[in-house]
Design a binder for this molecule. Structure first.
Ligand SMILES: Cc1ncc(COP(=O)(O)O)c(C=O)c1O
Length: 306
């Protein structure tokens, strides 16, 4: 999907034209993958555009920066304000926000030396990630032949561009074989996550999801689902999940900023439950979209008006 151009991009505290947001080919990030980023949705609500869980996303970005010793010159509040202002400046009602912290042009070599830390924020209009009817009818996915990276190799808790080399392998393999998406196992052969989504399964009315130790990104949508499940009195267990538990689940769904809450109707061509969105997935979707679209009161304070 091509990125629809907007007027402005935020760079180190200033708004610059979209076409001028360029980096040098010898920037550290190009050779060594030194970039940390976020993906955030701003929803259209009756009260105007509102960013979903802005503070949690900004905090996760700063956490990623801390892990990689890449401290940006901007505070949590400054980053949050910049994102809100960017949406206003571009006059968008709903969009996807992409803050990026990267190591720019400076010294050459793996050690970043004096490479400057650059902060960019872009936003653009973005529709449904896994296709239009995926939210209602579900997607067909496979278990990937690629594993997620092992603990203490690349930090899974950091949202680093380098992690997405692994995600690309998972996603490309899935697509080339006719699936929407792939599910990666961790190095122990246990369920981890999709290439860009966390995963839940439902069995006998209980929700199960892999813990942070299963090489997953600590997803903010995952956290929102845990919270909504509690609100709805649905029992949730965070535990390691065997691959075969996926096939015999009553329902399985992905969650993430891009995928929101997307039902999975088959895995490796094995039909999951009734082969369509299950009732618990639907209940969670109703709550999630009700809140994000401003139709249900924002009881957890998840929306920040721009
Ligand atoms: C690998 C991976 N896992 C999980 C997620 C879901 O995280 P979030 O809900 O914070 O978007 C994403 C999306 O950012 C991701 O890229």
């Amino acid at each position: 999907m091509a990125v629809p151009k907007t007027e402005k991009i935020w760079h180190n505290g200033k708004f610059i034209p979209w076409d001028e947001a360029k980096i040098h080919i010898m920037s550290h990030v190009v050779s060594y993958g030194s970039s940390l980023f976020e993906g955030i949705r701003c929803y259209k609500t009756p009260a105007g555009p509102a960013v979903f869980r802005l503070k949690e996303h900004a905090q996760r970005l700063l956490n990623s920066c801390k892990i990689y010793r890449m401290e940006p010159a901007f505070s949590l509040e400054q980053l949050m304000d910049a994102m809100r202002e960017l949406v206003r400046v571009n006059g968008l009602e709903a969009c996807y926000l992409r803050p990026i912290v990267l190591r720019g042009l400076g010294d050459m070599g793996v050690h970043p030396g004096k490479c400057p830390i650059e902060v960019y924020i872009a936003c653009w209009e973005w529709g449904k990630y896994l296709g239009k009817d995926a939210l209602e009818n579900g997607v067909d996915v496979c278990v990937s032949s690629w594993n997620r990276f092992a603990p203490n190799t690349l930090p899974a808790m950091a949202k680093a561009a380098a992690n997405y080399m692994n995600s690309q392998l998972v996603r490309m393999e899935a697509v080339v074989n006719g699936y929407h998406e792939g599910i990666a196992l961790d190095v122990f052969g246990l369920v981890s996550e999709g290439s860009g989504e966390n995963l839940f399964l439902v069995k006998d009315g209980t929700l199960y999801t892999p813990p942070l130790g299963s090489s997953i990104l600590p997803g903010i949508t995952r956290d929102s689902v845990l919270c909504l499940a509690k609100d709805l009195d649905l029992p949730v267990v965070e535990q390691q999940i065997a691959r075969e538990a996926l096939y015999i689940a009553d329902e399985v769904f992905f969650c993430g900023t891009a995928a929101e809450i997307t039902p999975i109707r088959s895995i490796d061509r094995v039909t999951i439950g009734a082969g369509r969105r299950g009732p618990i997935t639907e209940r969670l979707q109703v709550e999630f979209f009700g809140i994000t679209e401003g139709e249900i009161p924002d009881r957890h304070g998840w929306l920040t008006p721009v």
